[in-house]
Unconditional design. Sequence first.
Length: 108
Amino acid sequence: MTDPELLRLALEQVLDNAVEALPEQVDGAIRLELRSQGEEAILTVSNRGPGLADSDGSEWWVPFYTTKSGHLGLGLVRVRRIVEALGGRAEIRSKEDAGVAFDLALPL
């Protein structure tokens, strides 16, 4: 059980980021995967964009950090706070030039 509206807001933000991260020359595939692992349901949103060069993605959770002109850098901070308020956790996985995956893990 969870708050569907809060989960929708978090998922929209992650999907928006995935779409914006895809360069025009890359096949625009965004993948959503839902699986259970132990006591968690894990929703993964991934793309085949450029990945995170020389980064583990930890700075993406810092308020006002952004690599996009005209953005405030609060979207992923909001995602993490929503998921944590629902009793879960949010993580970023990346390989340079192999895309980024966001895991939103919620208790079953």
